[in-house]
Write a protein that binds this ligand. Structure first.
Ligand code: NAP
Length: 568
């Protein structure tokens, strides 16, 4: 930290700042104060973006009233200039006037850009720092580059906190940012993170690498930077207040993963079983980038989703028999010495819900589809002694899978002539608008219908089956069970399946409620990228039945257990 410490700086450092600061924007001060009033109880650390106000100086009486009423709150005043990515059209001197007024009004901290510091006189900065805690910031909206050079520039100016925000274009950018933090945070008060969807690692793990705090949006829709997650998610899902050096890191890796339900499900499981671990959505654009991260962070385990389930196999030191048999890995474990081991839990996702209902030995099962999910079903069911038939749009693909898995190929024309114990839909037909079905009513001659599609929860196929009194199993059960098995592999503990199912159901309900309707159907490619059930979101109407459905998915777990930027 700079040698000239001040009353304000020491006052700020005396108490521990919360780890999450919530930025607030609004075009008039009344709006900012209104939002602050509603948030301050749960979020005592706020940032007021004064640059969003039409006339920042005129807003201070209202803002002062809030500060006087809430001495418990710590509030940053930011008036970012438009040239640096903010909204304030005034000069550097005018910006300084606003921040000086903020100090006089009672704000504990002000944020000022490096670019402004370079324009002002050194004495002006010292005077400001004597009045208020100063965060000297630099934002790069495009890349994560030249962190050391930028920091050398920042250190030339007096400040209480040095804030460096970049944009992650790879997962490895997070590693660079955290290495940078580790190198300097013992000596300086630092705030650093990467923006962008790929920056989630630094947003959650930056605090354990030495960032004093990070930023979380007030709500979804109030993000002030790309990739910003909500303060609530940071606290409740990622448990950011608990993240420490011992926290194990897990995640779901794929492309895309933005809407994955896996983080909410797996973080709930870790919390419920008091495992000191955090689970992140890792948008990996290449396997190379992903593997570099796995080694450097280090990441203890990953859920692998499309398009990397096959590709990842080349990086494994060893894998379980199912992974070798199926040729797809959806679960990765990293040992202490950095070796990677692969497992396939998609099979458990299909087999467990079925075994909870019937004996698979000798059961007659029809799989519709011959892609990745069908593959997991075919090998898994054959291993359990079922008699497996495969029908598919492209007969050659069904024939090939039948050959490999020692199942039987069935012509579509013959499906209606047979009866089955189970029919499994392993095609995406029925996803989204739910108006299509992969089979006709007369072809549903079965005791159980397992639709692997979970978006919507009630597909046309499921409705058709229910109308015929066929017992149905939803794709949500597969999603929960494959995740439960991953949890058990990683932790050695039985998975809290009930909580996992419940929280996923709730997340879907919240999404539906937020949209005021059924969630929009995921695009086909995204859904296919969702093989582990990890990515795109299903639709489900908020109903009281949801708890029961969540419960239905709940059964005994398997035994085993520079220079341009602003915003964050
Ligand atoms: P995939 O590898 O792309 O295979 C899709 C299969 O469906 C192929 O056999 C394809 O036939 C067939 N198909 C595609 N469009 C069709 C259409 N319009 N009419 C008839 N058949 C069609 O996909 P996947 O990974 O196996 O996933 C399949 C579905 O399972 C996903 O869409 C998802 O809804 C569901 N799933 C759910 C979970 C879960 O956790 N609940 C997990 C994984 C998958 P061709 O051979 O002719 O191309």
């Amino acid at each position: 930290m700079h040698a000239t410490s001040t009353i304000y700086a020491s006052r700020i450092q005396r108490f521990r700042l919360p780890r999450v600061c919530v930025p607030l924007v609004g075009e008039d001060p009344a709006r900012i104060v209104e939002r602050a009033e509603s948030l301050v109880r749960d979020n005592p650390f706020l940032e007021f973006r004064l640059d969003y106000l039409a006339n920042p100086l005129a807003g201070f009486p209202k803002l002062k009233h809030f500060l006087d009423l809430h001495p418990e709150a710590t509030v940053i005043a930011t008036c970012r200039r438009a040239v640096n990515g903010g909204k304030f059209k005034g000069s550097a001197t005018a910006q300084l006037e606003v921040l000086t007024k903020a100090a006089a009004t009672g704000f504990q901290l002000v944020d000022i850009e490096l670019q402004t510091a370079e324009i002002l006189k050194q004495q002006q900065l010292i005077d400001l720092k004597d009045r208020v805690g100063v965060i000297l910031s630099f934002h790069d909206f495009k890349t994560t580059k030249k962190l050391e050079e930028t920091f050398t520039e920042l250190k030339r100016y007096p400040a209480d906190f040095y804030k460096l925000v970049s944009t992650a274009t790879t997962l490895y950018d997070n590693v660079q940012m955290m290495k940078f933090l580790q190198a300097h945070s013992a000596q300086y008060e630092m705030v650093a993170l990467c923006m962008g969807e790929q920056g989630i690692i630094s947003r959650v793990l930056g605090v354990r690498a030495g960032s004093i705090f990070t930023f979380g949006a007030a709500t979804r829709g109030e993000e002030t930077a790309p990739g910003q997650v909500t303060a609530r998610e940071l606290r409740d899902t990622y448990r950011i207040e608990m993240v420490d050096a011992a926290t194990q890191v897990y995640g779901v890796a794929g492309d895309p993963v933005a809407h994955s339900l896996s983080p909410v499900m797996m973080n709930t499981a870790f919390r419920r079983e008091t495992v000191n671990a955090v689970y992140l959505a890792l948008h990996a654009k290449t396997p190379k980038d992903l593997l570099a991260c796995v080694n450097d962070i280090p990441i203890r385990g990953l859920s692998i989703t499309m398009p990397y389930k096959q590709e990842i196999i080349a990086a494994l030191s060893n894998s379980d028999a199912l992974t070798r048999q199926i040729g797809a890995c959806n679960t990765l474990v990293r040992s202490q010495d950095g070796k990677l081991y692969g497992f396939n839990t998609d099979v458990a996702g299909i087999i467990v819900p079925l075994e909870q209902r019937l004996t698979l030995q000798g059961a007659k099962v029809l799989i519709v589809g011959a892609g990745g999910a069908a593959r997991a079903a075919a090998f898994g069911l054959k291993n359990k002694g079922a008699e497996v038939f495969i029908a598919n749009r492209t007969p050659e693909n069904a024939q090939a899978l039948a050959r490999q898995s020692k199942s039987k190929y069935m012509k579509r024309a013959d499906v209606g002539k047979s009866t089955f114990d189970v029919i499994i839909n392993a095609t995406p037909v029925g996803m989204g608008n739910g108006k299509q079905s992969p089979l006709e009513d007369k072809e549903l001659n079965t005791r159980y219908l397992f639709d692997l599609v979970y978006s919507p929860a009630e597909t046309k196929l499921i409705k058709m089956a229910q109308a015929k009194n066929i017992q149905v199993i939803s794709g949500l059960e597969m999603f929960v069970q494959q995740g439960a098995r991953q949890f058990e592999i990683w932790t050695g503990k039985p998975a809290p399946v009930a909580e996992m199912a419940f929280v996923v159901t709730k997340a879907l309900e919240r999404l539906a409620a937020a949209n005021g309707k059924e969630p929009s159907p995921p695009p086909q490619e995204a859904a296919e990228a969702d093989e582990s059930g990890a990515t795109r979101i299903a639709s489900r109407k908020p109903t009281v039945a949801s708890k029961e459905k969540a419960k239905a998915a709940t059964h005994k777990p398997a035994k085993k257990a520079v220079r341009k930027t602003v915003k964050r």
